[in-house]
Ligand binder design. Sequence first.
Ligand SMILES: C[S@@+](CC[C@H](N)C(=O)[O-])C[C@H]1O[C@@H](n2cnc3c(N)ncnc32)[C@H](O)[C@@H]1O
Length: 306
Amino acid sequence: MASQLALRPSRRIATLITSSRTLRAFSSSTKCLQQSQTTGQDGRTTHFGFETVPEAEKEARVGKVFSSVASSYDTMNDLMSLGIHRLWKDHFVRSLNPGTRSSTSGNSWNILDIAGGTGDIAFRMLDHATNINGDLHSKVLVSDINPDMLAEGQKRSLQTPYANTGRLDFKVGNAEKLDFVESNSIDLYTVAFGIRNFTDKDAAIREAFRVLKPGGVFAVLEFSHVNSSLFNAFYKRWNFGAIPLIGQVVAGDRDSYQYLVESIEKFPTQEEFSSMIQRTGFVVPGKGYENLTGGIASIHKGIKPA
Ligand SMILES: C[S@@+](CC[C@H](N)C(=O)[O-])C[C@H]1O[C@@H](n2cnc3c(N)ncnc32)[C@H](O)[C@@H]1O
């Protein structure tokens, strides 16, 4: 089970990154954030990592981050998570079991992978449907707001068996306004490590609700909040110490990776995010989420009532 996976970077790396300077920077950023929120701002604002920015600016700034990281994104994912993101993604896809016979789809699923980036989820979905369920008809539309990320995904798709089969398609689009997707047309909507970057998460969840068929599934894999304080202290040191440094050394871009770790801190807790999903009208199974690796990531699901 991915939820039982332990994160064990070597002690040497841990020592390198446990500088008190990093922790001081983290705590002072948090204080600044609290101050800017309590003093108030003119107009509508949102978070860009620890910064408070006008809502109208966030999309462009997130766009810059992902255009900058697109070519090194897959390598960086492996380095930053020590490869564990692959296990989380495998578990996420297995838990959704695409291509099995379902009440909404027969056994040919119409899947929408939002913020699909370089295609990790889409390729796994089709692999699972084909190899586990013997389904040769389910298809995935990969959508992302960033053409550079999507171009990487399209390039990678040429190395898969799904190129030119009609089972995989790519479309640039904003999750908050899916006007290229018909209402009640999708069996499964997935978003992995994308939603924390959206400006208006509620609008995106409402769009997910609109495009899903009754009985269709909304599924989110996202960084979340660690529930053990000891593990959390170690994890924060890794995030704020190592990740921007790896970003600087490997991708020549410290700032984008600083944003990525700050955006994790600003994402709602598991319970808050589950409430957002339920407020939109989804029914959540069980307690509404599953923690992975002690809550570093979590899976949320919602079902659109029939
Ligand atoms: C961390 S990447 C995740 C990529 C992929 N899903 C994965 O798991 O590897 C986040 C993606 O979210 C996309 N994104 C950010 N805001 C978006 C929006 N409003 N609508 C659609 N995609 C968005 C970014 O362009 C980026 O490709």
